[in-house]
Design a protein around this ligand. Structure first.
Ligand code: PLP
Length: 403
């Protein structure tokens, strides 16, 4: 898969790259035109072949990639300093492509107990249907990971921070471990976002996103992304072409527009999240706050090194009184909405035991360290005092219901 023939500009600041991209822009429309064409025509067979062989760079057939998508992929790659990027029609499709591109029957993959529930489904479903084998390791105990590597291990897949327990993985250390065993490291960077943490620079081979979250940022689209070298992404491009999860031109345009404001949105949400986490740490209705920005968090020093724009928009709180109290708290929220997603401008609250990690069952959640009374708050960009007042009154109502 070839990248753009145009030479990227020397690196500029993240906000400039978000707005203008990293490649020289041609005079013309400031906003990328949406090219609604499922296929493209050619003056000759040679011209068709030339375009076909450019793969995702080209305008050949929409499932191979298309001009609106390519513009967005280049802007995203430039933001993270990746050689190239590919977009998918969901985050799960991007993770599935990474697995399918790198694993065959008999191969072995290692993932985290704490990884997103859908990722858990993917690795276990793949084990049943494609004959690869899986080991899950505990994000809180990286010293134990080495023991599960085998000569068949091809991939170590991690998240940092993890969903919803906010464990941190030392990405450089995980990359060294994987590479020592001739395996690749893929990092689901959804919680940190492309402007908040750059795993490729820390040694990861592949970075994956649910672009539904901070990349899209407005709760209005479903998409995924994979970033890495052109050589590695060529394999994922083949999976995308074979299975077909390609975002259409309108979605590609929406994502590219969202990228322009991503550094501002992420910085504002991360600031709000840190302030809320600090206040919630002293709240009598909360047994524990999980947030890497708090000095008491076991991964705080690592977060200071790895995360560039704050500690992410997600704050998880263990509400005193367990599952029922947590449900009452979520039901009492008036500004923060009750819904299963994160990373958008709107604040959302969800109960992982009923949403992202329902498939683990109570025993699986206990193993992953997810309390039944955990509320995952995805903090948006509203005014901090309004968010605080809302969360505070919801905790008070939930406490009142218990007596
Ligand atoms: N990765 C993480 C960390 C997630 O939280 C999610 C969804 O919540 C996904 C991947 C899957 O993304 P999508 O819902 O876009 O398929």
């Amino acid at each position: 898969m070839k990248n753009s023939e145009e030479t990227p500009r020397p690196a500029r600041g993240i906000r400039t790259r978000a707005v203008h991209g990293s490649h020289p822009v041609k005079p013309g429309p400031v906003s990328t035109p949406i090219v609604h064409s499922a296929t493209f025509s050619f003056p000759s067979l040679d011209a068709l072949r030339a375009e076909r062989d450019k793969h995702a760079s080209g305008a050949y057939y929409q499932r191979d990639g298309h001009p609106t998508l390519r513009a967005c992929e280049q802007r995203l790659a430039g933001l993270e300093g990746a050689e190239t990027a590919l977009l998918f029609s969901s985050g799960v499709a991007a993770i599935a492509a990474a697995l399918l591109a790198n694993l065959r029957a008999g191969d072995h993959v290692i993932a985290l107990h704490q990884c997103y529930g859908g990722t858990h489904d993917l690795v276990t479903w793949g084990a049943e249907h494609f004959g690869w084998t899986v080991d899950l390791v505990d994000a809180r105990d990286p010293d134990s990971w080495e023991r599960v590597f085998r000569k068949e291990t091809r991939l170590l897949h991690v998240e940092s921070p993890t969903n919803p327990t906010l464990c941190l993985v030392d990405i450089g250390r995980a990359a060294d471990l994987a590479h020592r065993h001739q395996a690749l490291l893929s990092v689901d960077n959804t919680f940190a976002s492309p402007v908040g943490q750059q795993p490729l620079a820390l040694g990861a081979d592949l970075v994956l996103y649910s672009a539904t979250k901070s990349i899209g940022g407005h709760g209005d689209l479903l998409a995924g992304a994979a970033l890495g070298s052109a050589e590695r992404l060529e394999k994922l491009w083949r999976v995308r072409k074979v299975f077909g999860p390609v975002p259409d031109p309108t979605i590609a345009w929406q994502i590219e527009r969202s990228l322009k404001t991503m550094p501002l949105r992420v910085a504002a949400a991360n600031d709000n999240a840190l302030q809320l986490a600090r206040r919630l740490a002293d709240h009598p209705g909360v047994a524990q706050v999980l947030y890497p920005g708090l000095t008491a968090h076991p991964g705080h020093a690592l977060a200071m090194r790895q995360m560039k724009l704050g500690f992410g928009p997600v704050v998880s709180i263990d509400v005193r009184g367990g599952g029922e109290a947590a449900a009452a708290m979520v039901d009492s929220l008036q500004i923060v909405r009750h819904g299963p997603s994160l990373g958008g401008v709107d604040s959302l609250a969800s109960l992982p035991a009923h949403t992202s990690h329902v498939q683990l069952g109570a025993a699986g959640r206990a193993k992953a360290g997810i309390p039944e009374g955990l509320v995952r708050l995805s903090v948006g960009i509203e005014d901090l005092e309004d968010l605080w007042a809302d969360v505070d009154q919801a905790l008070a109502r939930s406490a009142a219901l218990k007596v």
